[in-house]
Design a protein around this ligand. Structure first.
Ligand SMILES: Cc1cc2nc3c(=O)[nH]c(=O)nc-3n(C[C@H](O)[C@H](O)[C@H](O)COP(=O)(O)OP(=O)(O)OC[C@H]3O[C@@H](n4cnc5c(N)ncnc54)[C@H](O)[C@@H]3O)c2cc1C
Length: 374
């Protein structure tokens, strides 16, 4: 029996790659180290409410992100522009709040996905769940290149074992690949160094979200957008659903990963809530639900180096695979997209490029086999 194509990582890139492979008739084994799907995509909220707030990505840009737009449309998911009507709150270092009447419209406009970005993950998996063998809580430790296959060393709660793969699609971010995975034959030092120098986009960030009964800030003329020189959140936005019936605010935490780790998520959440009260009044003190996600503390997203703040969006380039691995290993994940690296669009783009290369290789191999079969 032929070995499956093994996809490592069930974030957006791994799920998209798996779906494309299944559509092309490949047998797919999808391996995910976390117990949940989505990777950096995570939407949470009240179990009873349809709306969930995004603790990972929340925006895409129609026109600029055609793959995300197409996927949402294909899955029948509504999309809606980021709410920005009303005044912006500017908080000084001393905690004084100034009402800036101009709204914080992004240009081009950013859009959200109905039900949170995680809807993309759920719908992607729904489409393939009967055709893909999924193993969550299973971590890739290393890969060994054999003549006819790749031997993967995997580990779950019951121990470690090996699995043969005809082809591998690897969506683990480059830094974690360089840090965590044992390759045999090993990769050239220059390439490993380059991977270590490739930041995992947004991995050093933390987000706070609070869900409310109603968008009380809108009634008071605020858009929900705020900029703060005091913190802990430095940039805040409205995160309500399309109708505003389920109301929410979210903010990017500006405090450093070291500071956050020092005070812990509970203290960070209560400081963030206190900040929302300073900005938008006492109604902010009693959310229906609130949560913090500190991505820098997630070893399956952030490496030690990702805890250093990024001053710019890194240049991501086409993936390089050492020659001998070139016929069996395909690198995906958003950091492998030259045009959209870092974004959701990049996760989809990189998956498409990887699967395209893989399928061309499989077609070549099967042609060679046919020619050699008497
Ligand atoms: C706070 C935050 C805000 C963001 N905002 C936006 C936004 O508004 N718009 C936007 O376009 N993008 C945004 N992004 C970026 C976006 O989330 C990513 O581009 C996208 O989710 C990357 O998907 P991926 O599948 O490439 O990687 P990941 O989601 O990181 O998936 C990699 C998967 O591999 C798994 N894994 C890691 N190591 C192993 C191993 N050894 N074995 C098995 N599995 C392993 C991980 O658990 C993970 O599930 C944001 C990210 C964050 C964190």
């Amino acid at each position: 029996m032929s070995h499956p194509v093994v996809v490592i990582g069930a974030g957006l890139s791994g799920l998209h790659a798996s779906r494309l492979l299944v559509q092309a008739g490949q047998k797919v084994l999808l391996i995910e180290a976390r117990e949940r799907l989505g990777g950096r995509v995570l939407s949470q909220g009240l179990p009873s409410a349809a709306h969930r707030a995004d603790l990972g990505p929340s925006w895409f840009w129609p026109g600029l992100n055609p793959r995300v737009e197409r996927l949402a449309a294909e899955f029948g998911l509504g999309v809606y522009p980021q709410y920005a009507r009303g005044a912006t709150a500017i908080e000084g270092q001393d905690g004084q709040v100034r009402k800036q009447q101009s709204s914080w419209e992004q240009s081009p406009s950013s859009y959200r996905i109905e039900g949170g970005t995680q809807s993309l993950i759920e719908r992607s998996y729904e489409r393939i769940q009967d055709q893909v063998d999924l193993k969550t809580g299973t971590r890739l430790l290393g890969m060994k290149l054999r003549v006819d296959a790749v031997e993967l060393t995997l580990k779950d709660a019951s121990g470690s074992w090996t699995q043969l793969a005809s082809q591998v699609v690897l969506t683990v971010p480059p830094r974690l690949t360089a840090q965590d995975l044992q390759m045999e034959p090993s990769w050239p030092e220059a390439l490993v160094k380059d991977m270590r120098n490739t930041p995992t986009w947004m991995a050093g960030q933390a987000k706070f979200v609070a869900i409310y009964q109603n968008a009380f800030w809108r009634e008071a003329g605020w858009s929900g957008a705020a900029m703060s020189h005091r913190g802990p959140m430095v940039e805040i936005h409205d995160a309500s659903d399309a109708t505003g019936q389920t109301a929410a605010l979210f903010g990017f935490v500006g405090a450093s990963p070291a500071y956050r780790a020092g005070i812990g998520t509970e203290a960070l959440a209560s400081q963030s809530l206190a900040q929302l009260v300073r900005l938008f009044g006492p109604a902010a003190a009693t959310p229906l639900w609130s949560g913090v996600k500190d991505w820098a503390q997630e070893p399956l997203t952030a490496s030690e180096s990702d805890r250093q703040p990024l001053a710019y969006h890194p240049m991501y380039g086409d993936p390089v695979v050492p020659g001998e691995w070139g016929q069996r290993l395909w690198l995906a994940g958003t950091e492998r997209s030259a045009n959209y690296g870092g974004y959701l669009e990049g996760a989809l783009d990189a998956a498409e490029q990887a699967v395209k290369g893989l399928l061309a290789q499989v077609a070549k191999q099967s042609l060679r086999q046919q020619i050699n079969t008497p």
